[in-house]
Unconditional design. Sequence first.
Length: 474
Amino acid sequence: MRLTRPFRKWPLLVLGIAAAVLFTSGIPAHAAPKAKNVIVLIADGCSAEQYTFARWFKGAPLSFDPYRVGAIQTYIADSVIADSAPAASAFATGVRTSDKFISVGPHAETISTVPVPPEDLRYRPVATVLEGARLLKKSTGIVATSRVTHATPAAYVAHTISRSNENDIMEQAVHQGIDVVFGGGRRLLIPKESKGQRVDGENLYDHLKGWGYQIVENRGDMENTHSGRVFGMFAPSHMDPEIDRPRLHPDQPTLAEMTRKAIELLARDPDGFFLMVEGSQVDWACHANDPAYLLSDLLAYDQAVAVALEFARRDGRTLVLAMSDHNTGGFSIGNHASNKIYPQMKVEAFLDPFRKMQASSVRMWDLINPDQTADRVKTVTRTARITPSARCSARNTPTWAGPPTATAAATCRCTPSARASLPAFWPPPTSPVCVPMPWVSICKNSPSGCSSTLRAPSPMAALRWTRATRQTRW
Ligand SMILES: [Zn+2]
C-alpha cells in the first residue's frame, strides 16, 4: 500500500519525553546493533511536569532518566490534542490517525497542518508492531492496569474506528494469539447472561481454554505460571489505583510484578519477544487532579520501567522504549496560587501534603457518593480514610507503591500559614478542620494526631462536594 509521506513516517517526534536504550554495551539505542526483544512502556497521559513531580517525591532519578534521548510530538490527524487511542495507534503503527481510532487509518477531515490522507488509507486497518513481531515468530505480550481493551493496549492488538468498541477489541485481542495478557477486563470475556458484558453471547474463555491458555486471576496464580500462554484478568473492569490496591485488593499484582512475570514468560522464546506495558491510570489521576493517585501510579510505572531495564541489562539484546502520549489535566507544580510563595518553596513543605494522602479520589468518591452531604464527607474522612493498620503509614515511606510500612505518627494541625491560605468562604481558623488546598486536600486534626486527606475526583464532583461542605459549619 502506498502511503503519502506524512502518514507513513514515524509521526511522533517531540512532546513527551522519550527514553530508549539497548544494553548491548551501554550504548544508546540509535547507535546499537539490532535488538532481538522490544519492551515498550507507556505512562498514559503524562508529560514532563508529572515526571518532575514524581522525581521530587521519589527523591531520586526516575528509572529512565539516565537514558533520555528526546521528546515526541503527539498531535493527531484531526486535533491538536491527542486522545490515547490515536496516540497509541501512532506508536503501534507509525500512522497518524483520527480521534478515538484504534489502529485504522484516519478519516478525511484533518487539521490544517496535516494533509488529507489518501483514500486507500482511510479507515483501513494498519498493521501494528505487535502483529509484525508475531510475523517474525516472536512472542508477544500486553500489560495494563486498565481493562486490556482500553485505548492504549487496544491500539497494539485491535483495529476499529472507536475505542469504545471494547467487545470487539476483546474479541480481536483473544484471536490475536498474544502469549501473555495481564490487566483488567474480565467482564469483557463473559456474556451478559453470565454477568459479563459481552453482547454477542460468546464466552471467550472457552476459546482461551481450548487453545491451552492458562487463566489466572490473582498474583499467586500468576506467579505460579512458568511457561506457556497466560491470560491474566485481575479485575472485572479496571484494576485498582495503586494507592488503594494494598487495602482493596492486595492480591492484585503491581504493574512491576506483571511486567516481571510477562518478561520471564516471553523471554523463553528463542526468537525474541515484543511487550507493551502501560501505566494506564496516570492519565485518570491527572483527569481527576489527584496528586496522590498520580504519584502512586506514576511511581508504580517507574518500578515497571526499572524491571524492564534490569532485564535489558542482563539480556543485552533488548530495546526498551519508555514514553508518554499526551499531557492530561493541565498538571502543573506551580499555578496562580503559588505566585507569591514560589520563591520560597522548600522540599519538605512542598511534599508533605502529598505524603499524607492515603486514598485515591476514586475510592473516596465511591465512599462519599451514596450520600453527598457534609456529614458523609466528614464520616468518610474520619473513619474510612484511615484504617488502624494504615494509620499515618504513608508519611515516611519513600514511594507509594506497595503496602505502607512506616508507622511514624503524622501530625496535621492548622498552622497559621495554612489558615491564611484558606479561601474566605472556608471554615474559620478556629475550626478543627483545615483545608490548605481546596480541591486538592483536606487535612484534619484528630485525637491521634494522624492526618487524612481528600481530593475531589473531578471539577464537577468538586463543585458538588464544595456545595455540600459549605452548607455546614464544621
Ligand atoms: Zn493517553
